[in-house]
Design a binder for this molecule. Structure first.
Ligand code: F6P
Length: 369
């Protein structure tokens, strides 16, 4: 290996910069040159956006002092998939084109031997396809898992999740005072399209009274009954934490819809809807708070910084050992390698038989079922 490139794709997550720094420092020590690709693969595929520097050299100096910063210095995108790149012809008609080979060719033309793709399910699926096609052309590919939602399979956790949970917990802690002083129902909507990890962990840590996650379709009557039981016991306020992908019993489970690539479907609105319905049902005043993208920002926690640094260095070690087509993963407490093919297209929901969910039930948290 002489030259490697790094790309960050999908929604940003605290810790991305720590991965980039770790990759650059570890690779530079081996005498390799590093390049950053801007905005997922748009640095290569969109010369209209990046006419000159879509793929640029990354030196140690450029990654100095970035580990504690949120976002990604490379930029990212969760729109589009290079394997189904949308082009518009002169008649204004759109069609999808597979541009995987353009990425491989561009990197090989610049004598780049390896690519590290940092991202979630969509990015890792693309990484696997680039590995399968690129190997014969001299390009090796390693994946690094990222998502605040923690919904990636084959890794104990992803960086970004701990930061999101810590911040959501602080926010919900702060909402207790208004809820209690005003005797209100506060519904807090958090991110989590397909999986309820953030809602469950932050809801439990902040002692919410009901937690709604996509894995357990909820029954509004059960939540209203919990609020009324609390009122009977003299506690005239309740905190409800809902993942944005939480659905009522009659709705379709989001994990069943999650197979597609790169389809970022906007959810949201569950918080407002629940607040309205619970106010009607219980006659109590209700308010909704949507934490949304606040959970993706800010400085990564020490846990996330360390996980990100370990992933970055492990990705470089994997290349040094001659691997391609693998993802670095956390097999707590160690880092391990898993095949990208085993991860691509697979989501990890909260296990219904896990002890965290059982703990929630044991201590009387309503899960809506
Ligand atoms: O990173 C995953 C996620 O945080 C989801 O929970 C959320 O639905 C989605 O990103 C929103 O992404 P954006 O608003 O950037 O399209």
């Amino acid at each position: 290996i002489r030259r490697i490139a790094i790309s960050t794709g999908g929604g940003d997550a605290p810790g991305l910069n720590a991965v980039i720094r770790s990759v650059v420092l570890a690779a530079t020590r081996l005498g390799w040159e590093c390049f950053g690709i801007r905005e997922g693969f748009n640095g290569i595929l969109r010369p209209d956006r990046y006419p000159e520097n879509g793929v640029f050299p990354l030196s140690k100096d450029q990654v100095r002092g970035i580990s504690h910063l949120g976002g990604t210095i490379l930029g990212t995108t969760n729109h589009g998939n290079p394997l189904r790149f949308v082009v518009t012809n002169s008649n204004g008609e759109q069609k999808e084109v597979d541009r995987g080979q353009d990425i491989i060719q561009h990197l090989r033309d610049r004598e780049i031997d390896a690519l590290i793709c940092v991202g979630g399910d969509g990015t890792l699926t693309i990484a696997n396809a680039l590995h399968e096609r690129g190997l014969a052309q001299g390009l090796r590919v390693i994946g690094v898992p990222k998502t605040i939602d923690n919904d990636l399979d084959k890794t104990y956790t992803t960086f970004g999740f701990d930061t999101a949970v810590a911040f959501a917990t602080e926010c919900i802690d702060r909402l207790h005072s208004t809820a209690e002083s005003h005797q209100r129902i506060m519904v807090v909507e958090v991110m989590g399209r397909y999986a309820g990890w953030i809602a469950l962990h932050a809801g439990m840590a902040s002692t919410a009274h009901a937690i709604l996650i996509p894995e357990i379709p909820y029954d509004l009557e059960k939540i209203a009954a919990k609020i009324e039981a609390r009122a009977k016991a003299g506690r005239h306020y309740s905190i409800i934490v809902a993942a944005e992908g939480a659905l009522p019993k009659e709705g379709q489970h989001h994990l069943e819809q999650a197979a597609g690539l790169g389809t970022v479907e906007r959810l949201g609105g569950i918080g407002e809807q629940l607040a309205r319905q619970l106010q009607q049902h219980t006659g109590k005043e209700a308010r909704a708070v949507v934490l949304g993208h606040l959970l993706r920002g800010g400085s990564p926690t020490a846990f996330d910084r360390l996980a990100a640094m370990r992933f970055g260095a492990a990705a470089v070690r994997a290349l040094q050992q001659g691997h391609s087509g693998i993802m670095v993963a956390l097999d707590f407490p160690n880092v391990k390698y898993v095949n990208l093919a085993e991860v691509a297209g697979r989501m990890k929901g909260v296990p219904l038989d896990g002890d965290t969910l059982q703990t929630a039930r044991d201590i009387g948290i309503c899960l809506g079922d």
